[in-house]
Each structure stands twice: as structure tokens, then as C-alpha cells.
Design a protein around this ligand. Structure first.
Ligand SMILES: C[S@@+](CC[C@H](N)C(=O)[O-])C[C@H]1O[C@@H](n2cnc3c(N)ncnc32)[C@H](O)[C@@H]1O
Length: 277
């Protein structure tokens, strides 16, 4: 194992260094993620059913019956199914084939009419089609600047006049509660790989960017390694206005204290924002 090369690669990350591999679309990891999404007991990858239902009820009150809704990063369709049941016309997009395959099976069972698209949401191009676009589980904060701008432009174009974009993000106080320690894992085969591996993890805080980085380097038995980097951002209302107004959005509103789960992405530190076209 070329330790010097590894140290050079992971030693001192700066915003917004990329990893070598992608977690959501990895064939092995995405099976674990799907299990986490659909396990109603745990708030990892998706939230608990209680909080999903609360969020869906909130969305249902924001839109008229029969609204056209686009769910970006819909995962296995937990929100899409519920919104469809409430009488909305839902389109879900996710680049995880495992999640979309599961969602399509559920659609068959529930005889719902959701349209699922297995693609990167950064590639979408709709025009004036949706009343409501949503992105749930703090995924908006995971985008780096150029991606964020192109996504906001895509969303603005895809919304009808007066349409709403909803997303959630952690607040500034949550940062104080995060653990910025290092950790390691040895496994004979588990979340990151089906074969034996060692994983070294560290979380970083970049105050000037209001960003965090979760970095995991996974070393297997052959001399290869995979480097996973997850960027996230925290916002306040002023930040959200600054980001969205230049794109043409107005009326930024925030909803606090909706979630009842535990952990930084599931509790009172998560704020929902709506911006209107
Ligand atoms: C944290 S999960 C949340 C899933 C769902 N919104 C929920 O709360 O149940 C993030 C989802 O976004 C998807 N995703 C991340 N980046 C994406 C991209 N660029 N294009 C499409 N899907 C993406 C992942 O595959 C994953 O299913």
C-alpha cells in the first residue's frame, strides 16, 4: 500500500475537493442504503415514518389538490407515494437504480401513477411544468457552488409562475453539536465493501464556506482505495435569500421545529425553506 500517496491525497482537504468514488450509485453500498431508507425505525438515508408523514402533511397544505410535484432525490419514493395518495401528480428523480427499482415495484403494488426517472437531477430540463419542487433530507446543502447554481436555474425554469421550491437544511447551531473527531472501522465485509477493508473517517469544518466535509478512505486487500467525500452546508434565512434572489426567486419563508427525530439531520436543527418563483 502506497501510504505516502494516500497521505498526499487525503491529508489536507480544501473546499471543494472531490472524492474518487460515489456512494449513492455504488452497486454494493446502494443495497445497504436502500435497507436504511425503508427501515421505519431509523432516521438514516430517510427519516422515520412519523416525520415523513408530518412533512407530507405540511406539503399537502402548501399546494392545491392535483398539483404537479417534482421530488428531486426521491430515493425509494417514500414521499412520492404518500403525495400521490393525497391526489397529486408526482414525478420522482433519483440516480440510484436500486432505489428507483424499489420505488417502481411499490408503485405497482399501490397502483399509483408516479413517474420515476432514473437520472442525475443536475441533467433535468423541464419548462413551466411543476407547481411544487422538493428536495428532502438536507441534500440541497450537499451541492457545491456550481452545481447549486445550475440546479436552482433548472428548478426556476421547471416551476410554473408562483410555483414553490421546498428544501431543508441544518442551521448554524447544529454545527456546535456535530462531532469533528476522527474514527476508524475494520470489517471483514460490510457497508463500504463486500470484502475486508479498513476505513478511516474524519469530519472537517470550513467556517468561511459554512461547510462541513465528511471524508472516508476505504482501503481493501488489493492495493486500491476509495475516497468518499460528502460536502454539506448550513444556512440561515439571510443566506437563503442571498442565494435564491439573483436566480429570480422571491418570498423566502422558513418552517422550524417540524421534525421530532434524533440526530443532526432529523431534529429541531433542521429548517425547511420555501422559495417562490
Ligand atoms: C439522503 S437521500 C434522501 C432520499 C429522499 N429524499 C428521502 O428523504 O427519503 C438522498 C437521495 O438523493 C439521491 N441523489 C443524490 N444526488 C443525486 C443526483 N445528483 N441526482 C439524482 N439523485 C441524487 C440519492 O441517490 C439518494 O436517494
Amino acid at each position: 500500500m502506497d501510504i505516502t500517496k494516500i497521505i498526499k491525497t487525503i491529508g489536507n482537504p480544501t473546499p471543494y475537493d472531490k472524492g474518487t468514488d460515489m456512494m449513492w450509485t455504488d452497486k454494493h453500498i446502494s443495497k445497504f442504503l436502500l435497507d436504511a431508507h425503508i427501515n421505519p425505525e431509523i432516521g438514516v438515508a430517510s427519516r422515520t415514518l412519523k416525520d415523513i408523514d408530518k412533512t407530507v402533511d405540511m406539503i399537502d397544505k402548501m399546494v392545491c389538490l392535483g398539483s404537479e410535484i417534482l421530488d428531486l432525490g426521491c430515493g425509494p419514493g417514500l414521499y412520492a407515494e404518500r403525495l400521490s395518495k393525497k391526489g397529486h401528480k408526482v414525478t420522482g428523480v433519483d440516480f440510484s437504480k436500486n432505489s428507483i427499482d424499489y420505488a417502481i415495484k411499490q408503485r405497482g403494488k399501490n397502483q399509483s401513477t408516479i413517474e420515476y426517472i432514473n437520472d442525475n437531477y443536475l441533467n433535468l430540463d423541464f419548462e413551466g411544468q411543476f407547481d411544487f419542487i422538493m428536495m428532502i433530507y438536507c441534500d440541497f446543502g450537499a451541492l457545491v457552488s456550481e452545481e447549486r447554481i445550475s440546479l436552482m436555474k433548472m428548478i426556476h425554469k421547471a416551476l410554473k409562475p408562483g410555483g414553490i421550491f421546498l428544501f431543508d437544511a441544518i442551521d448554524e447551531e447544529t454545527i456546535e453539536r456535530l462531532n469533528f473527531n476522527s474514527s476508524w472501522e475494520i470489517s471483514e465485509g460490510g457497508f463500504w465493501k463486500p470484502t475486508p477493508y479498513i476505513c478511516l473517517s474524519k469530519k472537517y469544518h470550513f467556517k468561511e464556506n459554512k461547510a462541513t466535509l465528511d471524508q472516508h478512505i476505504v482501503m481493501g486487500e488489493d492495493d486500491s482505495y476509495q475516497l468518499y467525500r460528502f460536502w454539506n452546508h448550513y444556512f440561515n434565512q439571510e443566506d437563503v435569500e442571498k442565494i435564491f434572489r439573483p436566480i429570480g426567486f422571491s418570498k423566502v419563508e422558513s418552517i422550524k421545529n417540524l421534525l421530532t427525530g434524533s440526530g443532526p439531520y432529523n431534529d429541531h436543527g433542521v429548517v425547511f425553506y420555501t422559495v417562490s418563483k
